[in-house]
Design a protein around this ligand. Structure first.
Ligand code: LLP
Length: 430
């Protein structure tokens, strides 16, 4: 991208560090996070709500990138945390994350997961289905306290994004449909003394740029809340509007400044609450991608090349779908440069391939790079969300290392796996 900083050696600079040196020190493939940028994104949300003068919680959706160090940064920034599994909750415990700021999601929460949430006294469970309610009712018999819950609903909004990451439309495995099931869930929850219903949750999709989807969703939620108020005098104290705020990967992506999303949400909730004569609830959001997505790069070493005349030139790197499955899974687009030739003219048309035994293991189709040589370092931009967190051991690749850079200091925060790590659970059968 044009904004890349370059030093006197012609090397790309990221978070004030020469990335070619980082690749030498920590090896490749390597995720490098600019922690100052993470903090900046987090603060844009938090301060957006402060400016608007409303009570809010900004919960980092840890599925985007969960590690002990990352959750420590989220904690330092005063964020809440969205976890969707026992593993994510366990990571939060290891990061000493304040349990009362944790929200548990999931469309098939297990008994153990829910028990762990109760035992740890997490802040809120987002009830997704009737099975959740049945399990909670049973578990609460052996439990003295109360648990705050939200009801997750599908407001039937189609956000403009890739189909695979649509979760808010009615045909979805998540949540209760607004017309019938939400009220049933409401009735069941209200009959359980130890469950304290705070309000509603919805998540309309991911990598969303427009605010209209959120605004429509808020209107739908208020139709239901207005009914419940009339029927029962119920007033929501929390409205959780999920995550999904988009980021820039390439020029096709045109996100708004993060606090613009916040202002749009606050404005709409305030208006709807007024219209229906309801008091203003706390607004909770759950951004994942928008907090970490544009804060990291992945560094790879370039190896082989295959040139097919009049067709395509394939340039292969030492990672691929095992550290970034998004191009293969969602046809996601990325930009990249050769970090050690950051000023060289881009004259070589090529496509960037991963090294897995799979034709679909491609990172970028049809881009321009400077003339490439084996040993060059490729930097792919905006890989901070759903990269490492979706990494796999396919072809028995070891997962890469993750480095945090802040105040010009680079700190290893996730070690590169060894092959012993990869086979650590294999048992002999001779
Ligand atoms: N809250 C809920 C209930 C969610 O389901 C999600 C994402 C988020 C928050 C965070 O969404 P974000 O702010 O990061 O867009 N693997 C896909 C994205 C899947 C998102 C799933 N849910 C990708 O790589 O694009």
């Amino acid at each position: 991208s044009e904004l890349t900083e370059v030093n006197g050696k012609g090397h790309m600079v990221f978070a004030e560090r020469d990335v070619v040196e980082l690749a030498e020190t920590f090896q490749t493939p390597l995720f490098v996070y600019n922690v100052e940028k993470v903090r900046k994104n987090a603060r844009a949300f938090v301060e957006g709500f402060k400016k608007a003068g409303v009570k809010a919680q900004v919960a980092y959706a840890s599925k985007a990138f969960s590690s002990v160090a990352m959750l420590q940064v989220a904690k330092q920034e005063g964020l809440s945390l969205d976890v969707v599994s026992q593993g994510e909750l366990y990571t939060a415990m290891k990061a000493d994350f304040p349990m009362e700021k944790i929200h548990l999601h999931g469309n098939n929460k297990s008994r153990e997961e829910l028990k762990m949430a109760l035992d740890q006294h997490i802040g809120c469970i987002v009830v997704d289905n009737f099975h959740d309610i049945t399990l909670l009712k049973e578990l609460l018999k052996d439990y003295n306290g109360t648990m705050d819950v939200l009801i997750r609903v599908t407001p039937g909004i189609e956000a403009h994004t890739h189909d695979y990451i649509l979760t808010g439309n009615e045909d979805s495995k998540f949540g209760f449909d607004l017309k019938n099931q939400a009220k049933q869930a409401y009735d069941q929850i209200q009959q359980i003394d130890q469950l304290h219903l705070k309000g509603l949750h919805c998540h309309i999709g991911s990598q969303i740029f427009e605010t209209d989807g959120f605004i429509m969703a808020i209107k739908r939620l208020y139709e239901v809340l207005a009914d419940w108020y009339k029927q029962d005098g119920f007033e929501a104290t929390v409205l959780n509007l999920g995550g999904g705020f988009g980021i820039r990967y390439t020029d096709e992506d045109k996100p708004l400044p993060l606090d613009d999303y916040v202002l749009a949400l606050v404005k709409e909730v305030t208006e709807e609450a007024d219209t229906h004569g309801l008091s203003l609830p706390e607004i909770w959001i759950e951004p994942g991608r928008a907090i970490v997505g544009d804060t990291a790069i992945t560094l790879y070493e370039i190896g082989s090349k295959k040139e097919i005349p009049n067709m395509r030139n394939y340039v292969s790197v030492d990672g691929g779908m095992t550290d970034n499955i998004r191009p293969a899974l969602y046809q996601a687009k990325y930009e990249a440069i050769i970090a050690n030739k950051a000023r060289a003219p881009k004259t070589y048309p090529c496509s960037i391939a991963g090294k897995c035994c799979e034709s679909g293991d491609m990172l970028i189709y049809d881009t321009l790079l400077p003339e490439v040589t084996p040993g060059d370092i490729l930097a792919v931009f905006s890989t901070g969300a759903y990269g490492y967190s979706m990494a796999s051991h396919y072809n028995r690749f070891a997962k890469p290392a993750v480095v945090f850079v802040e105040n010009e200091e680079a700190t290893l925060v996730v070690k590169r796996e060894t092959y012993a790590d990869v086979i650590q659970n294999d048992l002999s059968y001779e």
